[in-house]
Design a protein. Structure first.
Length: 258
């Protein structure tokens, strides 16, 4: 019988307020590639929470970390005014419980063709919002913890500060995808995997021009302006059909983070 959320070990985690530059967001590559189902505000909350976890420590069986986030630290981490921080914290508390992660993994082959299995899980099993006090607690869902803690290989890390000034969920997701390949500065994705990670709409998937103008170009521009990236990208074509994307990137040493 699988472990249930009720039977899981609860571990509360509180981290003293520190600058975003000294905190790291670390996730498994499978989670990085997944469809994460979060708005920008919800993604910020999740990055803030994940940056408080010890990605090296192996969690106990069924452990469910509980992370506290205050409106003040959220505002400071993402350069927001207090009113906006309180509003996003409250809306996050309301919506995060319903958000799901979708993994698409090869399962088996039929007639020589690989078939995919879709795995769906929650980010959190419980959210406690403390009204008029400006803070919340996120209880991570037990099944997602293995993608956040005890990581030895196949994981991606980036500084929370790198995402702090970004104002587009597409920019944040592209940052995560590129950071998987930060050692080489060269990343290549099939168009299907890229669209899945970016959660492109069905209309966008049918028209690469929309993917280029609505997702890639704005994200590349914002990463260059606010995070000091120099990015070159190109499509990989099979005839007239776009089958993949190739990115070459490097951090500009002359540009400071905004």
């Amino acid at each position: 019988m699988g472990i249930t959320q009720d039977a899981a070990t609860v571990t509360k985690i509180e981290v003293d307020a520190v600058e975003a530059g000294s905190r790291w967001v670390t996730m498994s590559n499978a989670l990085i590639r997944s469809a994460q189902g979060l708005t920008l505000a919800e993604k910020r909350l999740m990055m803030c929470a994940v940056s408080k976890l010890d990605s090296v420590r192996v969690p106990r069986n069924g452990e469910c970390p509980v992370v506290k986030i205050t409106a003040l630290e959220y505002a400071e981490a993402f350069h927001l005014d207090p009113a906006t921080a309180y509003e996003q914290l409250q809306s996050g508390a309301k919506n995060l419980y319903t958000r799901s992660i979708n993994f698409f993994e090869p399962a088996y082959k039929r007639n020589g063709k690989p078939l995919l299995v879709t795995k769906t899980m929650r980010w959190v099993g419980q959210v406690d919002y403390h009204k008029k006090e400006g803070w919340l607690e996120l209880h991570f869902w037990y099944a997602v913890v293995s993608h956040l803690m005890g990581l030895r290989k196949q994981f991606t890390s980036y500084q929370l500060e790198q995402a702090s000034a970004l104002r587009s969920i597409y920019s944040v997701r592209l940052l995560e995808l590129l950071m998987r390949f930060k050692c080489t500065g060269r990343a290549e994705f099939s168009i299907e995997d890229f669209c899945q990670s970016m959660e492109a709409t069905e209309k966008q998937k049918l028209d690469f021009g929309k993917i280029r103008t609505k997702i890639i170009e704005p994200a590349v521009k914002e990463l260059a302006k606010k995070d000091g990236f120099l990015i070159q990208w190109e499509s990989i074509n099979a005839g007239r059909k776009v089958t993949g994307l190739r990115f070459n990137f490097v951090r500009d040493p002359q540009q400071k983070l905004i």
